[in-house]
Write a protein that binds this ligand. Structure first.
Ligand code: NAD
Length: 362
């Protein structure tokens, strides 16, 4: 495991995307969101994605510096086509529209379709929370067929994330943000590159047996070589048995079908669809009941006796906030294989050895 100072890592990744043809602003945005996911502790959605983003760009699956297209617009709803632009470019624009409408009307929704990978969905709940808004996000990742429905061995869903954000005055927001699969695909990617192992029941084989072996997703692979989740014969299991599987289905239908993005099926272009709902709590009750009740209730929840004496009961968003504080101080930990894959991609596109060396010397 090596550790890279977060700003140096961000600058290296920005350099990669600038050489790949993105404007400086877009390159820096992609890098900031990816490193932001690492800082939040979600390495699965961090810089490990650099090689695949470059491949998608090369194949024309992702379009650089793309503009969004407003498909329809009312005072409370906007339907937005990301036109396969980088998620780090089109999703913040879509969410900004939702926030603006919500500030005007107290309630709004946006339907984003055809976005390239939007990364960590929690970023968008944090963006709304920073403006004092509650938000909920149903997302699908069409084209990324990975997850077996409850009771099945064959893949039908994407990892279809679900996210809710609640602002707290004077404190970091509560951010519940997870894939509806038992693990996000990126966690299998991290495990396949020598990082944290998968839980032993995260995957299911064609024989119906549970397993934690990433080969079930990617088939045979070289340590630093590419991963293709189309080659494995197994599937990721949905979390929470029938309940998580049901939530995954709803994310596919609301984030995929309702947005016009389309649901997950084999052999289709990757695109994230996201249906986001925004609520301004001040329009429901202008008194301080909501923030005060949150504070009271969180204190009650956190005071529950922990299973392991001395450990703390955490609430959603706390692990990310702690990881952020720690990693900003100590650097972003990366398994050697992941670092080699990133700098391999950087070298291939023409990033100089001096720039790579400068990032490494943290
Ligand atoms: P995860 O299993 O790590 O769960 C994270 C959530 O659980 C967070 O809300 C966190 O605050 C909370 N949490 C974690 N530990 C906790 C504890 N001890 N007590 C209380 N709460 C706790 O997340 P995941 O399923 O691996 O997803 C990782 C990321 O992947 C998410 O950011 C998600 O948006 C992203 N994702 C994106 C896509 C896409 O297509 N763009 C697809 C899937 C997942």
């Amino acid at each position: 495991m090596i550790s890279i100072q977060h700003e140096k890592l961000r600058d290296l990744v920005a350099e990669v995307f600038a050489i790949a043809g993105s404007s400086r602003a877009e390159a820096m945005r992609i890098a900031t969101y990816l490193v932001g996911a690492n800082l939040a502790g979600h390495d699965s959605h961090g810089v490990i994605r650099v090689p695949v983003y470059l491949r998608w760009l090369k194949e024309g699956q992702t379009v650089r510096d793309q503009s969004i297209k407003i498909v329809s617009d009312t005072p409370v709803i906007a339907v937005i086509d990301g036109q396969f632009g980088f998620g780090q470019t089109v999703a913040p624009q879509a969410v900004a529209i939702g926030i603006e409408k919500c500030k005007g009307m107290g309630l709004s929704a946006i339907a984003l379709r055809n976005s390239a990978h939007i990364g960590r969905v929690g970023d968008f709940a944090e963006m709304a929370a920073a403006e004092g808004l509650v938000s909920a996000h149903f997302v699908n990742a069409a084209g990324s067929i990975l997850v077996a429905p409850f009771g099945a061995t064959e893949r039908r869903f994407s990892t279809a994330p679900f996210c809710v954000g609640i602002p707290r005055p004077g404190a970091s927001p509560l951010i519940l943000d997870f894939a509806t699969s038992l693990v996000a695909e990126g966690k299998a990617l991290v495990a396949s590159r020598g990082g944290k192992k998968l839980p032993a029941d995260a995957l299911i084989g064609p024989d119906g047996k549970k397993s934690g072996d990433p080969h079930l997703l990617y088939g045979e692979f070289e340590p630093t070589g590419p991963r293709n989740h189309g080659l494995g014969k197994g599937a990721i299991r949905a979390f929470g048995e029938h309940k998580g599987s049901g939530l995954a289905l709803m994310c596919e239908l609301i984030g995929g079908a309702l947005t016009g993005n389309g649901t997950t099926k084999p052999n289709r272009r990757f695109s994230n669809g996201m249906l986001s709902i925004f609520i301004d709590p001040a329009r429901i009750d202008a008194s301080d009941f909501f923030p005060e009740e949150i504070a009271r209730y969180l204190a009650f929840v956190k005071s529950a006796k922990p299973v392991v004496a001395g450990e703390e009961v955490l609430v959603p968003g706390e692990p990310e906030e702690r990881a952020r504080q720690e990693r900003m101080a100590t650097g972003v930990p990366l398994p050697e294989d992941a670092w080699e894959a990133i700098i391999g991609a950087a070298r291939e596109i023409g990033v100089s050895e001096a720039t790579i060396e400068a990032a490494r010397k943290a």
